[in-house]
Design a protein around this ligand. Sequence first.
Ligand SMILES: C[S@@+](CC[C@H](N)C(=O)[O-])C[C@H]1O[C@@H](n2cnc3c(N)ncnc32)[C@H](O)[C@@H]1O
Length: 220
Amino acid sequence: MANQPVIPDWRMGGITVPEVEDYLYSLLPPRDEVLSEMEAEAARNDVPIVGPAVARVFYQLATISKAKKVFEMGSAIGYSTIWWARAVGDGGRVIYTDGDRKNADKARRYFDRAGVSQRITVRVGDAFEILSEEKEPYDIIFNDIDKTDYPRVVRVALPHLKSGGLFITDNVLWSGKVAQPNPDAHTKAILEFNKLIYASKDLFTTILPLRDGISVCVKK
Ligand SMILES: C[S@@+](CC[C@H](N)C(=O)[O-])C[C@H]1O[C@@H](n2cnc3c(N)ncnc32)[C@H](O)[C@@H]1O
């Protein structure tokens, strides 16, 4: 597309050196029409989707762990949601949450076109409140909401995760700002979050330095 940036903003950067980052993205197989269109829309409108390199990790983690129930905190136009929905397969369920109704309307149209609507429950509102209403434990909880809320997510999400379940979070290296002096409010929240997930006796944590950093925690 003529007005699409060569390197979309959602790729972020600041973690892996640019040449390596380009190389990693050059290896990725093309996505289908719906995902490609979502990537283009995200690039045009600055929607901070995780993008295909990270989404493939989600797909792998969900399939390896045979996850059937995924709760997503912060879904935007539903790009990561579609990857989860494809990974959980028939009979699987993904809860989409976003505070913005316009995002949810767009996401629903993409879900229909991607053929995964049956596996996704769309909830508009505060992800904390929606998760708090849930009774059944989840196999995976994915956190991608406002960064200043990250420390609170640890406390709220863990009781809703099954033992052996995965708690996965995007942007935990925040363009490398976590390793720079004078952190702003967002960076401070992420620094606190990272300390919490490594210190927790209930979690076994790793950070994968892909794109903007993903934390993967297994609940003991
Ligand atoms: C980074 S985007 C999500 C991108 C999506 N996970 C993807 O990769 O395709 C974050 C989204 O979270 C939503 N959000 C932020 N805080 C929220 C909250 N407390 N509850 C529900 N949605 C929230 C915003 O409206 C925004 O659309």
